[in-house]
Each structure stands twice: as C-alpha cells, then as structure tokens.
Design a protein around this ligand. Structure first.
Ligand SMILES: Nc1ncnc2c1ncn2[C@@H]1O[C@H](COP(=O)(O)OP(=O)(O)OP(=O)(O)O)[C@@H](O)[C@H]1O
Length: 245
C-alpha cells in the first residue's frame, strides 16, 4: 500500500505552511523527508496523521482517506513522533497493552511481537517501570517499540535519530530494514543527512513549504545538475538562498 499526497495545501488556522505538495511513498521503500528548520516537515506529517486537515488536496493510503473512513485510515499507519509522548501513570508493559488494544491486536500476539523489539533495545528488565524513570533515549525506544509492534502498511517517523545512542540507531535501522522487507511504505523526516543518504531509497526535499525535488540520489543529482554530489551538498545548494552570504 502506498501513501499518496496530491496537491496538498495546508497549515495552521491563520498560517498557511505547506503549498501544493505532491509525493508518493511506495511499499518496500524508505523515503526521507528532508528540509531546513521550519521547512514544513512536521506540518506535513501532522496532515498525514490527521492532526490537521488540508485546506485543499488529498492524502490517501491505498486510496483510503481520513475523511471517507477515519477509523480504517488511522489503522493503516503507525507513527513515531519526534518527542516521545508517554502516559506518566502507565508502565512500559501497560503502554504495550494499550497499543495492542488501539490496533485490535490480541494481547498474546502483541506481547510476542513487542518483546522482540524490547529485547533488541535491552529494555526487558524495565517492563514494570514508569516513564518518569526512563532516559530520553529510553522513552524514544518505547515509542519505536509501540509503533513497530503494529504491522501497519505505512510508518511515519519524525526525526528518530536524535535521542538514540549508536547501538540504538543500529537496532532501529535493522527494524526499518525488516519492515521494508515486509513491504511497508516508510516516510522518515530527519536532519541527519549522512544516515539518510545511506539508508533512504528516495528523498523529498522540502523548502519553504514546497517540494523542490524528489527521487533517488541519482534523480536528485541529475535534476539539480550536480553529478556525484552528496545529499549534504544537494541540500545546501537547494537552500543557499536561505543561508547568510
Ligand atoms: N502551532 C503552530 N502555529 C502556527 N504556526 C506554526 C505552528 N507550528 C509550526 N508553525 C510554523 O510552520 C512552519 C513550519 O514548521 P514545521 O514545524 O512544520 O517545520 P519543520 O520542517 O518540521 O522544522 P524543524 O526541522 O525545525 O522541526 C514554521 O514557519 C513554523 O513557524
């Protein structure tokens, strides 16, 4: 199933932010959403996950839209936010349980799926801990486990690298590869361009709320007439007008 944005324009009540955005995230592929601070990445993601409604245009997952079938649309994707959002009064185990309930996954099956990720992140002795005792990276890992324990066709991931240690990043990337192999379409926003260049199959370069260029590294290099350029170089060139001279 693919995630499709067609001519999406949107923003906050008085502040238009994204303008006529069109792109597609295909099954089995990791697509990087790249842009400067304020480019509109989080706003785009908020529209995809249904926290905001577009002024115009359409967002669909395999033809399914939020407007037409809210519940099925919401169950078609799983989201990892940039800032972990955990319930202070629930333990790690209870977070796994409510995620299973939200997605209608039988409890035993959900725990079996979750435990693979819990072990990979070395959290198995923390199942009965409350979030107040977790570090920032541990909270981020809980969000990743809650998202990946759901077998969704689409994953939306907002800046996953910043709170994780190198071992955590390695484990996370292995999980992403596994999801890709299973055919998931994954959209990931990040500023960590070296990792994005290495790991992503496709890129969407956003600037001032508009999609400037999309495609593989080879497509971007060709489109921007910069053969052999790194993602870092392409990105800086694209945003030069925004940098101080
Ligand atoms: N709640 C809000 N109300 C009004 N405007 C907002 C709100 N949140 C963000 N914006 C504006 O929307 C624009 C895009 O912000 P957004 O958070 O989407 O950027 P981003 O690309 O995710 O940036 P970053 O890399 O810093 O996370 C910015 O101009 C920002 O000021």
């Amino acid at each position: 199933m693919s995630l499709k944005l067609e001519n999406v324009t949107g923003g906050y009540t008085q502040v238009p932010v994204i303008n006529n955005i069109t792109f597609e995230v295909n099954p089995g592929e990791l697509t990087g959403l790249i842009g400067l601070n304020g480019a509109g990445k989080s706003t785009t993601i908020k529209h995809i996950i249904g926290l905001m409604m577009p002024y115009s245009g359409e967002i669909s997952i395999d033809g399914l839209t939020l407007r037409a079938d809210t519940e099925r649309y919401r169950r078609s994707f799983s989201f990892i936010p940039e800032t972990p959002v955990l319930y202070e009064e629930l333990t790690l185990r209870e977070h796994l349980e409510i995620t299973a309930m939200a997605y209608n996954i039988p409890a035993a099956e959900a725990m079996e799926k979750a435990m693979r990720y819990i072990k990979e992140f070395r959290l198995e002795d923390k199942l009965d801990w409350f979030p107040a005792y977790f570090s920032k990276g541990m909270k981020q890992k809980v969000m990743i486990v809650c998202s990946f324990m759901v077998d969704a066709p689409v994953y939306v991931i907002d800046e996953p690298f910043l709170g994780l240690d190198p071992l955590g990043i390695h484990s996370f990337l292995e999980m992403v590869k596994e999801k890709k192999k299973q055919g998931a379409a994954i959209l990931m926003s990040t500023h960590v361009l070296a990792s994005a260049e290495k790991e992503c199959d496709n890129f969407i370069l956003l600037h001032h709320g508009e999609v400037k260029v999309t495609g593989t590294m080879a497509d971007l290099q060709k489109e921007m007439n910069m053969p052999g350029a790194s993602l870092d170089e392409l990105y800086i060139s694209l945003t030069k007008e925004a940098l101080p001279s």
